[in-house]
Design a protein around this ligand. Structure first.
Ligand code: UD1
Length: 332
């Protein structure tokens, strides 16, 4: 299949492009570099040993996207392109709604017009809100607590409605848990701009000596050690879920959690990182971060039963691959 990958130079998009080629598919990438560096395309081409058609631009530009569908035979869409910083979305709600919703609308509308039958959307476990884990797909979604989360819920609804009206347009909503790690080559990985918001990029900055310590947000959660618990998933496992969705999703609307089903606390992640990589991470135990929930992990049964998909890589592999990438890119 030839797949249009929006946001294909970002963290999850780029790893998914590698998985597509590993499985004999091809990609056309559109990315506006809003949260990706120019070198990622070269690195992808080195990894897969082939040129990848690339269009620089924003997916809300309907003329640009229309031309992609006209100039390439597209069999499916993986729609990653979106803004994703929770705090920023609270400060700049218009920017988030405008970009994320217009992107989904533009790409879905043009995909439908060009008779594309498969559309996979990057959703998030954030759509479940603050309720007890494990999260399973049939749970009611609670109101989003920030505009970023609201754009994920609204995009899910938009795509469900389109598929309801056009059942030949098969939509898969993948609700990601917490992707970390990197491709084992160390060529691609996660490199956010500025001060990292998420746990693993922050740990990597501390390990590289760029920041003095990791702030651990909360020590009084009702968890094993008081720190927050999340379902960390290796980004290559997450990448492979997209390929499974493209190849195997059957219904007009397919909704899947993509997680391991296993929760790990902040302190457990730090310990695994230190042990596997022989690096010390100084800690500063501090107050809870506003908006965080105590525990989030997936019930991963549905995607296993329906698509035969299962994660393969454990936390040790995640922290090892993350560090391998960070060391390489810092010395490059
Ligand atoms: C966050 C977003 C989520 C989004 C996801 C994208 C929030 C509240 N949620 O998830 O909506 O889909 O990123 O990747 O922002 N932690 C620390 N110190 C740090 C950073 C994090 O202790 O410097 C802790 C957090 O409190 C949490 C865990 O590490 O318990 C994971 O945090 P993070 O990586 O930011 O992910 P989420 O908050 O789960």
């Amino acid at each position: 299949m030839n797949i249009l990958v929006t946001g294909g130079l970002g963290f999850i998009g780029s790893h998914t492009v590698v998985s597509l080629y590993e499985r004999g598919h091809q990609a056309v990438i559109i990315d506006d570099y809003s949260n990706a560096s120019k070198e990622v395309l070269e690195k992808l081409e080195t990894l897969i040993q082939s040129k990848i058609p690339f269009i620089e631009g924003n997916v809300t530009d309907s003329k640009l996207v229309e031309n992609i569908f006209k100039n390439h035979q597209i069999d499916g869409v993986l729609h990653f392109a979106a803004f994703k910083a929770v705090g920023e979305s609270v400060e700049k709600p218009i920017m988030y709604y405008e970009n994320n919703l217009n992107a989904t609308l533009t790409v879905a509308k043009l995909a439908l017009e060009h008779k594309v039958k498969k559309f996979v959307f990057s959703s998030s476990c954030t759509v479940y809100g603050d309720q007890p884990s494990p999260f399973h797909e049939e749970m009611d979604l609670l109101p989003a607590t920030n505009p970023y989360g609201a754009t994920k819920q609204m995009s899910e609804q938009i795509l469900k409605d389109i598929s309801f009206a056009h059942p030949e347009f098969k939509v898969t909503l993948l609700r990601y848990f917490n992707p970390i790690g990197a491709h084992d080559s160390g060529l691609i990985g996660e490199s956010p701009l500025g001060v990292p918001n998420n746990l693993m990029p922050y740990i990597l900055d501390v390990a590289l000596g760029k920041r003095p310590h990791l702030n651990v947000y909360g020590s009084d959660y009702p968890t094993l050690d008081g720190s927050g618990v999340r379902d960390y998933i290796h980004v290559m496992d997450l990448a492979e879920a997209h390929v499974a969705a493209l190849e195997k999703s059957l219904k007009p609307v397919n909704i899947y959690n993509v997680g391991t089903g296993q929760g790990s606390s902040v302190l457990e992640v730090v310990k695994a990182f230190e042990t596997m990589n022989d690096v010390k991470i100084p800690l500063n135990i501090t107050a809870r971060r506003p908006g965080d929930i105590a525990v989030s992990f997936a019930d991963p049964a549905k995607i296993k039963n329906e698509l035969g998909y299962q994660t393969k890589r454990d936390l040790n592999q995640m922290v090892k691959d993350a560090w391998n990438f960070a060391k390489r890119s810092n010395h490059a």
